[in-house]
Design a protein around this ligand. Structure first.
Ligand code: GLN
Length: 207
């Protein structure tokens, strides 16, 4: 609906992965992974609720679909949102403070440490939230100024910066690994029920 979805799609295309823009529940159906881009989380939350996507995204995650939220997307995924408190999908055990880096870091490029790269990683922050705390089992994949800025648990990953706006594809590569490692249950059910229907019609011969 808003944010840099075109830049995310470009990064994925560089990695040989095609994407679709998801604005409806139906569009989400055929997907293995979902990126929640930046923007304004309050507006995005309202949009998700109005379109029935709030529940659909929660089900998508419960099914094992890979999720990656950047900035406002990370706010939507957090279990707890402060400054001010706001409802969320509650899919990643972190507490975030909206717009909490202060004026000197309102919107700029910084370099932080990351497990995904040998050297420092370039990070674009735009009115970013601070990840105040992470729950048990949440892996911190990158940090800036002593705070986690890229975190992951299971099939859900979140960044407070914008990896789609830099040339390095390391974060998107990590997300694709996560998607491949967490196949959606309903997707495989759909494939296997198609296979058995074909088998019944004799279209697939067992050898
Ligand atoms: N400040 C925004 C919010 O609180 C997030 C900014 C962004 O996504 N770049 O929703």
């Amino acid at each position: 609906m808003q944010g840099d979805f075109a830049a995310h799609a470009a990064r994925l295309r560089e990695l040989g992965v095609e994407s679709v823009e998801v604005r409806t529940v139906a569009a989400l159906e055929g997907c293995d992974g979902l990126i929640l881009p930046g923007g304004e989380s309050t507006t995005q939350l309202q949009f998700l609720q109005e379109e029935g996507l709030f529940d659909a995204v929660k089900k998508f995650a419960a099914d094992g679909g890979g999720l990656f939220g950047t900035c406002a997307g990370a706010i939507l995924l957090a279990t707890e949102v402060k400054n001010p408190a706001q409802a969320s999908l509650s899919l990643l055990d972190v507490t975030v403070l909206r717009n909490a880096y202060g004026r000197q870091m309102a919107s700029d490029v910084f370099f932080g440490s990351s497990k995904l790269t040998d050297g420092l990683m370039e990070m674009v922050f735009i009115r970013a939230p601070v990840i105040e705390s992470v729950g048990p089992g949440v892996e911190v994949l990158a940090e800036y100024a002593g705070k986690p800025v890229l975190v992951k648990k299971g099939n859900v990953m979140a960044a407070t910066f914008h990896p789609e706006l830099t040339q390095d594809t390391a974060v998107h590569r990590r997300f694709l690994e996560l998607v491949r490692a967490n196949p959606r249950k309903s997707a495989s059910v759909a494939i296997s029920s198609l296979m058995s229907a074909r088998r019944q019609r004799g279209a697939v011969r067992s050898s």
